[in-house]
Design a protein around this ligand. Sequence first.
Ligand SMILES: [Fe+2]
Length: 414
Amino acid sequence: MPRPIPVTNNDARAPSTAPGDERAHWLTAYRRVRDETERRAAPLSPEDQVIQSMADASPTKWHRAHTTWFFEQFLVTPHLPFYRPFDERFAYLFNSYYVAAGPRHARPARGLITRPSADAVAAYRAHVDAAVEKLIGEAPSASLADILAIVEIGLNHEQQHQELMLTDILHAFGQNPTNPAYAADWQPPRAAAEAGFLDLPEGVRTIGYDGQGFCFDNEQPAHRALVGPVHIARALVTNAQWLDFMRDGGYETPALWLSDGWTTAQAEGWTAPGHWREADGKWFSLTLAGLKPVDPAAPVCHLSYYEADAFARWAGKHLPSESEWEVAARTGGLADACGIVWQWTRSAYAPYPGYRAAPGALGEYNGKFMVNQMVLRGSSLATPDGHSRVTYRNFFYPPARWQFTGLRLADYST
Ligand SMILES: [Fe+2]
């Protein structure tokens, strides 16, 4: 059965603990999300938490501290009177890319920071948690709405980093010849066995978020777009299909590839998806449970945009646009739209018509990245519960493949 994907979000929201008690609601939501970060970090030793395997990935310890800095910088410092920072130096260490928030440590050098220790980061988290909880509990009613709006974006921001914690440590473990397991008992989610295509007739449809709950600014303004006619695959592309592509010389056939993709594939020596290893004529994949045989029935994962695009061309199909994906997902007819792998679309990450970034440092959240990246839709096995949305726009550079990324196909034949 297709897995339902929410049209409206419930994101970081927890069930209300008492109807009408907004403060209790958000205290519960705050603790739930913050606890999830620590739960994801718990299997990792202090040594695991220091490592940075490439510039694009960050250490676990950095994720735990940076998400805390976000609340300190944008919520507690401006809104809680007499707040004393845990450590004045942390703003420099744990700012990511917010130019308006001041100078920051170089991203590629995050793995060189052995101190503060993992324990000190835990104390930093507790210090800021106490301040945020005090603010939620005691802020004047007149400013509560503004404060809760920052709590909400801070929790959604932290959920994004929760996903990165898993993708980044998997990439780090991928550098280790002993193939470490994040959690030996981790099991991949079961994918649906759907066949065929969903037919989308030509029509003018609403794209983007037009609900009342939370969304990121890049999902707005909602607007009308011409979509279809197109057929969208109900299922994700599987490892078995990918092995067919490989056996058919997919990685050795330049005509299947974009020029930039071919150059990248040659330079990187790609012959299979990310995290795949061959031994004795069989393929294995490094997973969160360690090295496992590639399951032919499972959706293919750890693909760059370039590989997804080449596969679609080999298959005589296309990647869907993000509008086509969104319209198809709204019908409920896509299997595994969320919860397994993010799906590359052929849409460049660009502003929706009329988009304006918010003023101030938080306006740097999405808008300044709207060039040279491609949109992915859905969500992955690493996306926290409640963080998926049918209008959600993820984005990565075309060569990136350390995320849980796959594809589904579009067909324009009549
Ligand atoms: Fe961040």
